[in-house]
Design a protein around this ligand. Structure first.
Ligand SMILES: Nc1ccn([C@@H]2O[C@H](COP(=O)(O)OP(=O)(O)OP(=O)(O)O)[C@@H](O)[C@H]2O)c(=O)n1
Ligand SMILES: [Mg+2]
Length: 415
């Protein structure tokens, strides 16, 4: 028996975004499913996007056909299938007209441990909707434009409400990453922050610890999306208020005051996720700890280390006609290709919006001597009096310079 009262709302969607999905590949695919008498619909996030007037990035398909049935019919029709590692969970990927189609058999999650699910296949669309996280993500769309909406997802989308399907607690305990997905979709669809279902907040606070068992990579993907969305200040405060922070690699004793200042500074300037996060960190070690937990990229880590180190020390020249000069000198001394990008983020962090434009106009002057020439000078200089350029590199760049020998720096300055 279905766990929740059946409430099916249908309507017909006809929009340019929807029409644009009908490629040759999709037309052949839908024809095949009709011919074989299996139902096929668009599912989840793609339906949400289409109803919001957005062309979805990736489209997931759901079907009543089992993986075995799909494999049989694709083989018979001479359709290639690729990397079938999703098969255990019911996903088969078919390739038609140079396009991949990920098709998942309707399923019920029988056993869940908060990360993985053991599944049972079904032909009941509502049962599949029931195992999904949020009402806005629980809808299906037929190829004739019929919307199948069992949990008021369309109303919630229109009213900009992020709600779990059924009980928040149960949904979260099935997959703790859903805590972060809740925040992400809140940032994505809500107009004005502040309104939450109390049951949802309680469930998040009571289950935050479950995130400790979720892989760093998955968390980092979600966290970055939160940081790139709207209402970041509100959501990061929630992450701290509900005690989610320690389970996702964020420092317990974060400086939320600095974060408030920086989240205002960067507003409207498309900061990198790390630019915002850096404001939570008091010391460089906080970046290292985040990296250990989330396995961030080297570039992200270096940006974090750089911002924490220079946010106070590398600032605009006081009452100077050349306010950008300290930053320019830094970039020149640094001689690293991404130094400009890091300084760019630093200016956002500091709220130096005027200087952002100035930096954009400027480009690193080319050196009259090459690195090779300088190395020769340094090595042949028996006095090792310290080449000024070499010395400044050791002082300024990169932030982790203490552990890295700069090959062309004078020997006594190297660690
Ligand atoms: N922890 C999760 C992840 C996914 N889903 C379901 O699987 C669908 C597809 O998941 P995914 O592609 O990861 O997310 P989307 O909602 O599609 O978001 P995006 O636009 O970022 O792809 C979701 O819509 C939702 O129905 C879920 O219930 N619980
Ligand atoms: Mg998706």
């Amino acid at each position: 028996l279905p766990l929740l009262k059946r409430h099916l709302f249908t309507m017909k969607l006809q929009s340019p975004e929807f029409q644009s999905l009908f490629t040759e590949g999709l037309k052949s695919l839908t024809e095949l499913f009709v011919k074989e008498n299996h139902e096929l619909r668009i599912a989840g996030g793609a339906v949400r996007d289409l109803l919001s007037g957005v062309k979805p990035q990736d489209v997931d398909f759901a079907t009543t056909a089992t993986p075995e049935q799909m494999k049989g019919m694709f083989q018979a029709a001479g359709i290639r299938m690729i990397n079938n590692k999703g098969e255990k969970h019911g996903t088969v990927t078919a390739r038609l007209d140079k396009e991949n189609f990920e098709i998942t058999t309707l399923r019920i999650d029988v056993v869940t441990d908060g990360r993985h699910a053991e599944v049972e296949f079904t032909t009941d669309w509502q049962r599949d909707a029931e195992r999904r996280d949020l009402t806005i993500n629980s809808m299906f769309l037929g190829f004739d434009g019929t919307l199948y909406d069992y949990f008021n997802g369309y109303e919630d989308l229109k009213n900009k409400k992020v709600r779990f399907v059924g009980h928040a607690k149960k949904r979260i305990q099935e997959d703790y990453l859903r805590i972060l997905r809740y925040f992400r979709f809140y940032g994505k669809i809500v107009d004005k922050p502040g309104d939450h279902d109390p049951e949802t907040l309680e469930a998040i606070a009571a289950n935050a610890r479950g995130l400790a068992g979720v892989s760093g990579e998955r968390i980092w993907v979600e966290l970055k999306k939160i940081l790139l969305g709207s209402h970041v200040n509100h959501l990061v405060h929630l992450i701290y208020d509900l005690d989610v922070a320690p389970y996702i690699g964020l420092p317990i004793n974060a400086s939320l005051e600095e974060f408030d200042k920086v989240s205002q500074n960067v507003e409207g300037f498309s900061p990198k996720p790390m630019t915002l996060l850096a404001s939570l960190f008091k010391v460089q070690d906080d970046v290292t700890k985040l990296d250990l937990r989330l396995k961030i990229s080297k570039e992200e880590k270096n940006l974090g280390l750089f911002l924490v180190k220079y946010r106070k020390d590398l600032t605009k020249a006081a009452d100077s006609a050349e306010p950008l000069k300290p930053y320019q000198d830094f970039i020149i001394d640094c001689r690293e290709p991404d130094a400009t990008a890091r300084v760019w983020e630093l200016l956002k962090y500091q709220g130096q919006h005027g200087l952002l434009g100035d930096l954009q106009q400027w480009s690193v002057p080319t050196f009259p001597v090459s690195g090779h020439d300088i190395r020769k000078v340094s090595v042949s200089n028996t006095e090792h009096s310290g080449h000024p350029l070499g010395a400044s590199v050791m002082l300024h760049c990169p932030p982790w310079s203490a552990q890295v020998a700069v090959p062309w720096a004078p020997a006594e300055l190297a660690p």
